[in-house]
Design a protein around this ligand. Structure first.
Ligand code: 13P
Length: 210
C-alpha cells in the first residue's frame, strides 16, 4: 500500500474506532511504518476526524518531517516499533475495559487478562506486560515499553491504557479491538469462576496461528 493509501486507511480506521467508542475526545494515537519513516496521528487530534493530508510524517529517526505536530506519545510508539521490527503499526487507546484492567493490574504482571477466548490469544498472544505509570508523553516510559514489547505484541500502561502492535495497521486495529473485548469479558466474569483455555489449548492456537 502506498503512503496516500495508508493515510486514507489511517483516517478511516481512526474514524471507525472513534465511532464505536474505542476512543473519546482526543484520546489515543496511531503510528504506521513507511519505507522512509513513519506516519503518526497529530497531537490533540480526534481519531474520528483525521485529515489524511495533515497526518504527521516522521523520519526514520522519528524526527518530525511534515504535517501537523505529532502525538506527544512518539516515545511510546518508538519503543514498540524499534523493539518489534516486524510491526507495521502501533495503536494506543484509552478504551474503557482495557484501561480498567490497567488500573487493577500490578505493574510487572505479565498476564492480567486470562486466555478466555481463542481470538484474544491469536491476536494479542500469551503475554500482556503491565508497565508502571508514567505521565502521558513522558519519554522515560520508552525503555520499559521497549524491553517489554520485545516479547509481547501489546502492553498495558498502568492507569493509562493499552499499546498494541500489528504486522499491518489493520492487524494492529483488530488486535486492539480483541484486547478491549477480552478485557470486557474478564471484567464481566470476574469472580464467576470462568473456565480459561488450558496451556495446551493456548499452545495449539499459537502454534497454528501465531
Ligand atoms: P496526543 O493527543 O498527543 O496523541 O495524546 C493523546 C493520548 O492518548 C495521550 O496518551
Amino acid at each position: 500500500m502506498d503512503e496516500a493509501a495508508l493515510r486514507a486507511q489511517l483516517a478511516a480506521l481512526g474514524g471507525s474506532l472513534f465511532a464505536r467508542g474505542y476512543s473519546v475526545g482526543t484520546a489515543g494515537n496511531i503510528s504506521v511504518r513507511l519505507p522512509d519513516g513513519f506516519l503518526m496521528t497529530p497531537t490533540n487530534s480526534c481519531l474520528g476526524r483525521l485529515d489524511p493530508a495533515r497526518i504527521s510524517k516522521l523520519a526514520p529517526d522519528f524526527s518530525h518531517v511534515s504535517g501537523d505536530k505529532p502525538s506527544k506519545e512518539v516515545f511510546m510508539h518508538r519503543a514498540v516499533l524499534t523493539a518489534r521490527p516486524d510491526a507495521g503499526a502501533v495503536v494506543h487507546l484509552h478504551s474503557t475495559h482495557a484501561t480498567a484492567i490497567a488500573c487493577l493490574a500490578e505493574p510487572g504482571e505479565f498476564a492480567p487478562i486470562p486466555p478466555l477466548t481463542p481470538y484474544f490469544v491469536m491476536r494479542v498472544g500469551r503475554f500482556l506486560p503491565v508497565i508502571r505509570y508514567y505521565r502521558p508523553g513522558d519519554g522515560a516510559m520508552e525503555k520499559d515499553i521497549h524491553e517489554a514489547a520485545k516479547g509481547a505484541k501489546a502492553v498495558l500502561l498502568a492507569n493509562h491504557g493499552p499499546v498494541v502492535s500489528g504486522r499491518t495497521l489493520e492487524d494492529a486495529v483488530h488486535a486492539a479491538e480483541e484486547l478491549e473485548e477480552a478485557a470486557r469479558l474478564a471484567l464481566l466474569l470476574r469472580g464467576a469462576g470462568a473456565r480459561s483455555l488450558t496451556p495446551a489449548q493456548v499452545d495449539d492456537l499459537l502454534n497454528t496461528f501465531g
